[in-house]
Write a protein that binds this ligand. Sequence first.
Ligand code: SF4
Ligand code: SF4
Ligand code: SF4
Length: 271
Amino acid sequence: MCEFCTRHGEGRKWYENITNYTEEVFRRVNSEEGLRDFLAGLPHSLKHGVEMAGRWKARFPRIYRLIAYPLVTRRLRRVHFGQVVPVEDVEGILDNFSSVVRLPCVCRKVTTGREEMYCLGIGMDLTPVFKDLPDFSGFDRLSAGEARAMIRRLDAEGMVHTIWTFNTPFIGAVCNCDRDCMAYRFQVELGAGKAMWKGEYVAGIDPRRCSGCRECMDRCYFGALVYDGRDAKCRVDPMKCYGCGLCRTVCTSSAVSLHDRAGVPEAAREW
Ligand code: SF4
Ligand code: SF4
Ligand code: SF4
């Protein structure tokens, strides 16, 4: 289990600990005013902050790596941090709530200019905050069943599921992301800092079932799958795998399974 599980999980994965979604934890680490200010500034910081980090990293790579990367990462861990979560664990989270709030995706608004509803506000009711903010006020409500159907549909479409804090360890959102996600661009494409943990799992491929069709390679956003021409099979690079499970969803040969990260020695400390 990751460092957040150790500190905030009470013996479970930290996102399975329902306390982390409660008003009690929110009030311990945040406030409505604080959240309102953070969300009001989020589109600007996603657009300009990420661009600026990329420029600084390209200009001063050594200084960035030694000083800026750890500073930025430390701040994100405290303020707004995510983790990749496979579909069945998202369903486990949703089982705790009778309804959720569906929100516009602020990343895609920045990257594509489109207003699309990909985020779910879960747990504590934060709509009094969202309704005051133009980028978030277009929310609606889904029943737990509708939310589960949405998550399954997005999983089949190839969206990586992630959970997000609004001052850690308060978890307020489940997101559904692709390459238009600013956290993905910041962390995976630019390597400018860590905005989210890898998931608690690592994928493995059963070579006896793998047909070598390579559908999984097209689905993986993290470059964690390689095709081995010697036996015409795909393999997982455990060091690169985020444990999202999307390769498993797309594999019609049922060759992929997810394994507990702690049980995969190469990846056990690779978050
Ligand atoms: S984390 Fe994902 S779903 Fe959430 S705002 Fe960003 S791209 Fe959208
Ligand atoms: S999708 Fe499945 S069968 Fe096809 S290459 Fe990947 S693991 Fe093998
Ligand atoms: S190998 Fe599979 S589980 Fe791992 S990051 Fe790629 S798509 Fe996700």
